[in-house]
Design a protein around this ligand. Structure first.
Ligand code: TTP
Ligand code: CA
Length: 393
C-alpha cells in the first residue's frame, strides 16, 4: 500500500522579534519593531502586539511609528538570527533527514512513514512544537498536509503557535476556508486581475477550465491558478536542491519596480545566506538568483566566479550583476531570491590564494560579527543592512 505523503511546514512565529524578546525579556508584551529607524528604514518584522496597529513586514518604519508611536525599534542582528535558525533546523533534522530549509525561519520536513516513531502526524507535530519550545524558548507554527503547498498554507492558518493538519481529500474545503485573498502565490495584483473577470472566490476560480484560465492569464499563471484553487500543489519550492544549497527568497506584497528596493532586498538576503553558510560551516562556489515576474515567468541565473565565495557582499555583488542581466529599469518583479550553491564543507583549510582576496578579509569580519552576536553583543557591519548604497536610478 502506498504511504500517504506527510509534509510538515514549520514556520517560526514573529521570528526576529521573538529572538529579541528571548534575549531581552523586558520586551515581552511590547510593540516591538525590528528594522532600521533611518528615514529609509523598513520594518523587517513586528511583534504580534504591534501587528494589532496594522504594522507589517516591509512597511516603512516612519509609517509604522506613526501607527504606533510608543513602539520600540530594534536593529536586526542577522548573525544571532542565523544562529537560532540553525539550532532550530538541527532539532527538525532529528524528526526527519528530509529537510528543505526555504528561508531563515521556515522549512519543509518530509515526515512520510514516521508514524511508528512519532505517532500520527498531529501527535508528531505536537512533539516537535514542544521540543523547539523547550530547547530554544521559541514558538513555531506547524502546518501538515500531503503536499508542500497545503502544508505551507496550513502553518499560516493557525498562527501563532499553530498546529493545523489538512488530511488528504480535504484540500478543496481547506482552500475555500483559506480564501482567495490568502491563497499562496495570489497577491494583490493577481487578485485585481481576477476581480476584473469577476472572480472573487476560490470556488468561482474553479468554474474555469485550464484552457480558459491560460487564455485569460497566460500559460504559467493560468496553470498555477487552475491547480492552486483545487488544492493541488503547483510545484512550489520543488526546484530547490535539498541539501546542496542555502537560499532564501522574498515575495513582495506589491510588485517592485525600484532598483533601490531590489538592492536593499538582495543585500539583506545575501547577509542571511552568508550567515547561514558560516553557521553551517559551508562554503559555496556558485551564487544564483531567482526572479519571478508578475505573470509568474521565472528566471534563475547563476554565476560561478573563479575561486571561493567568501562574503555576503560578494554574494550581493554577484547577485546584483545577475539581476542586471535580466532586469531592465522599471520591470516589475514579484519575487526575488538569492542562493549559494555547490557547497562544500568550509571547516577544512581554505586553499591559500596567491593574493589575499579582499572578500576574504570581509569574511573574517563577518565571522567576528557572527561570534560577537552569538554572545549577545550588538554589532553591525559598517555597511548596514537597512542603508544600502543608494541607487543611481
Ligand atoms: P516571516 O516568517 O514572514 O514573519 P515572522 O516570522 O516575523 O512572523 P510570522 O511568521 O509569525 O507571521 O519572516 C521571517 C523573518 O524574516 C522575520 O522575522 C523578519 C524577516 N523578514 C524581513 O526581513 N523582511 C520581510 O519583508 C519579511 C516578510 C520577513
Ligand atoms: Ca515566520
Amino acid at each position: 500500500m502506498e504511504l500517504e505523503p506527510v509534509i510538515f511546514h514549520v514556520d517560526m512565529d514573529a521570528f526576529y522579534a521573538a529572538i529579541e524578546v528571548l534575549d531581552n525579556p523586558s520586551y515581552a508584551g511590547t510593540c516591538l519593531l525590528i528594522g532600521g529607524n533611518s528615514s529609509r528604514g523598513v520594518v523587517a518584522t513586528a511583534s504580534y502586539e504591534a501587528r494589532k496597529y496594522g504594522i507589517h513586514s516591509a512597511m516603512p518604519m516612519v509609517q509604522a511609528l506613526r501607527l504606533c508611536p510608543h513602539a520600540v525599534v530594534v536593529k536586526p542582528r542577522m548573525a544571532r538570527y542565523s544562529q537560532v535558525s540553525s539550532q532550530v533546523m538541527d532539532i527538525l533534522r532529528q524528526f526527519s533527514s528530509d529537510l528543505q530549509q526555504i528561508s531563515i525561519d521556515e522549512a519543509f520536513l518530509d515526515m512520510t512513514g514516521t508514524r511508528r516513531l512519532f505517532g500520527i502526524p498531529r501527535q508528531a507535530g505536537k512533539i516537535l512544537k514542544e521540543r523547539v519550545k523547550k530547547e530554544t524558548g521559541l514558538t513555531i507554527s506547524v502546518g501538515i498536509g500531503a503536499s508542500r503547498f497545503i502544508a505551507k498554507m496550513a502553518s499560516d492558518y493557525d498562527k501563532p503557535d499553530g498546529l493545523c493538519r489538512v488530511s488528504q481529500g480535504k484540500e478543496i474545503a481547506f482552500i475555500d476556508a483559506v480564501g482567495l485573498q490568502k491563497l499562496w502565490g495570489v497577491g494583490k495584483v493577481t487578485q485585481s486581475l481576477l476581480a476584473k473577470h469577476h472572480i472573487q472566490t476560490t470556488k468561482e476560480l474553479r468554474s474555469y477550465t485550464m484552457d480558459s484560465l491560460q487564455s485569460l492569464f497566460g500559460k504559467s499563471m493560468g496553470q498555477f491558478l487552475y491547480l492552486a484553487c483545487r488544492g493541488i500543489d503547483p510545484g512550489i519550492f520543488s526546484g530547490e536542491a535539498k541539501s546542496h544549497s542555502i537560499s532564501t527568497e522574498t515575495t513582495f506584497e506589491h510588485d517592485v519596480t525600484s532598483l533601490s528596493i531590489l538592492e536593499q532586498t538582495l543585500l539583506s538576503m545575501s547577509h542571511e545566506v552568508m550567515f547561514r553558510a558560516l553557521e553551517e560551516k559551508q562554503i559555496g562556489r556558485t551564487v544564483g538568483i531567482k526572479v519571478r515576474l508578475p505573470d509568474f515567468t521565472t528566471y534563475t541565473l547563476q554565476a560561478t566566479p573563479q575561486g571561493t565565495i567568501y562574503s555576503a557582499e560578494q554574494i550581493y555583488h554577484l547577485a546584483k550583476q545577475l539581476l542586471l542581466q535580466k532586469w531592465h529599469d522599471g520591470t516589475p518583479i514579484r519575487l526575488i531570491g538569492v542562493g549559494l550553491y555547490q557547497l562544500y564543507e568550509g571547516s577544512r583549510p581554505l586553499q591559500e590564494e596567491l593574493f589575499e582576496d579582499p572578500y576574504q578579509k570581509k569574511r573574517k569580519i563577518e565571522q567576528v560579527v557572527l561570534a560577537l552576536q552569538k554572545q549577545g553583543k550588538q554589532v553591525f557591519k559598517a555597511k548596514n543592512l537597512e542603508t544600502p548604497t543608494p541607487s543611481e536610478k
